[in-house]
Design a protein around this ligand. Structure first.
Ligand code: GAL
Length: 390
């Protein structure tokens, strides 16, 4: 289990979130408390077939968890989320529990077919990371009608979900915005910023944007702002080219990019356009090439979302729910949240960490996400030495 001292803490919220209402119903809000409760729950259930719960387990270890992930654009899903969830399900079920996995590759229609397949296969529970949180609602209803509980993973799917767990998405946007202000130094009000936001079909993207705006609005001049269809780098690159022709290459002081794929595309466009000193560009997800850009100084920051924390919690929730251990299942959620269609959904929130050159070692390397060797290839050898990565 991860213990880390560099967690980003939530500042006093400046804006009231209009779409999502969150109510804290339990104390488990600090990273330490979350990690501890996760550890003790893993310990208490690992290897046992679900006995000992006062809520009366309905199934043993022979369960199937359906896992639906949204895309391959971003490496986290195939590299981290899927294998980590699979491993944790196995660990909790004496290797008897299975994960049936499907990736929708950014295609919402494909994801609906995949969920239908899982309903036909009679999986015991579904973990769903939606491509489109709205259009998936009818599939969530179909699963519920078939007696299969759906837990929304990372993105808040609409429809009758049983629970939701995700990183603190508002905080992601806030730390990105704050970092950008810090990078711009004093007298930021005349600084010109381009915003490259995430996919309009992903509710997290709206939260990232809102969190960032809560920091940036009034403090900088936002000269252009784009949403990026399907989180695709090529779409961000096209928008960045438009921004450059509209405002002029040398009139852009910083770029808010919602994730590393978009940040990378923006940086490439700036370089191709002849910029020698890249202005501060943000990101999210601690993608390997983004970590390398942090080290070399091309990218200013990213946001590390400790994947093991989210994946382990998701596997725990899925297994407990499949085994009918409702008291333990509910205990894993610390909050409740409303979606546009449903109220008081059990919600577990996982904190995030600001990632810069300075804490690469204490975060992604320490958590075993990447080795120094993977980051410090020949091209980055000198920068790595300078950044103290050995
Ligand atoms: C978000 C997710 C991010 C990133 C992004 C782009 O919903 O929270 O971690 O994966 O989608 O794919």
């Amino acid at each position: 289990m991860n213990t880390r001292t560099t967690r980003t803490t939530r500042p006093t919220r400046k804006t009231h979130h209009v779409r999502l209402r969150r109510t804290v119903i339990a104390v488990a809000s600090s990273a330490a408390a979350l990690s501890l409760s996760a550890c003790s729950i893993v310990d208490s259930i690992s290897g046992d077939g679900g006995s000992g719960s006062s809520s009366g387990p309905k199934k043993g270890n022979d369960i199937t968890v359906g896992l639906l992930l949204p895309e391959k654009e971003n490496t986290r899903y195939e590299k981290f989320d899927y294998p980590m969830i699979k491993k944790q399900v196995a660990a909790m079920t004496s290797n008897k529990g299975k994960v049936e996995y499907a990736n929708a590759e950014s295609d919402e229609g494909k994801q609906k077919t995949q969920i239908q397949q899982m309903i036909s296969d009679k999986v015991d529970v579904i973990l769903l990371d939606a491509v489109n949180s709205k259009t998936i609602a009818s599939s969530v209803q179909a699963a519920k009608d078939a007696g299969i509980p759906v837990i929304a993973y990372d993105r808040l799917a609409e429809g009758p979900i049983d629970a939701y767990l995700s990183f603190d998405n508002d905080l992601v946007g806030e730390v990105q915005g704050r970092a950008l202000l810090k990078a711009l130094g004093k007298n930021t009000s005349s600084k010109k910023i381009v915003m490259m936001n995430g996919s309009p079909s992903d509710p997290n993207a709206a939260q990232f944007k809102q969190g960032a705006l809560s920091e940036l609005q009034g403090n900088v001049e936002i000269v252009k702002s784009y949403d990026t269809k399907d989180w695709k780098g090529e779409n961000a690159a096209a928008n960045m080219k438009k921004a450059i022709s509209a405002v002029g290459l040398h009139n852009i002081d910083a770029v808010y990019a919602a994730n590393d794929v978009l940040g990378g595309a923006v940086i490439d466009v700036l370089k191709d356009a002849g910029v020698t000193e890249i202005p501060p560009v943000t990101g999210q997800d601690a993608e390997l090439d983004a970590v390398q850009r942090l080290v070399s100084g091309d990218q200013y920051m990213s946001v590390y979302k400790p994947y093991p924390d989210e994946a382990i919690a998701a596997a725990e929730m899925a297994v407990l729910r499949a085994q009918g251990r409702s008291i333990e299942f509910e205990a894993l959620a610390g909050d409740t949240i409303d979606s546009p269609t449903n109220k008081d959904i059990l919600y577990r929130m996982v904190p995030v960490v600001t990632l810069t050159k300075a804490n690469v070692k204490d975060t992604v390397v320490k958590d075993g996400i990447y080795t120094v060797k993977q980051i410090c290839t020949a091209k980055y050898a000198e920068d790595c030495v300078a950044a103290g990565l050995k």
